[in-house]
Design a binder for this molecule. Structure first.
Ligand SMILES: [Zn+2]
Length: 72
């Protein structure tokens, strides 16, 4: 019988290190300059509060997949 190496397997495996994720990105959609607040475009389907994600050539809703193309 081979001698098994003294296993120091006290450490728990499979535990992923906690990654700090930014909570919510809604602040990105608000630009407050002085007294006026410029809001990002909100989804016509989901209503106000649901903003469209800004892409290079389009805006899209992450909730209902509504996409609006932005032409030049
Ligand atoms: Zn939507």
């Amino acid at each position: 019988m081979g001698t098994m190496k003294g296993g120091a397997t006290g450490e728990k495996k499979g535990k992923k290190p906690h990654v700090n994720k930014p909570t919510g990105k809604k602040y990105k959609h608000y630009v407050i300059s002085g007294d006026s607040i410029t809001r990002g475009k909100s989804c016509p389907r989901c209503g106000l509060g649901v903003f469209l994600a800004n892409h290079k050539d389009r805006l899209s809703c992450g909730k209902c997949k509504y996409t609006e193309f932005v032409g030049k």
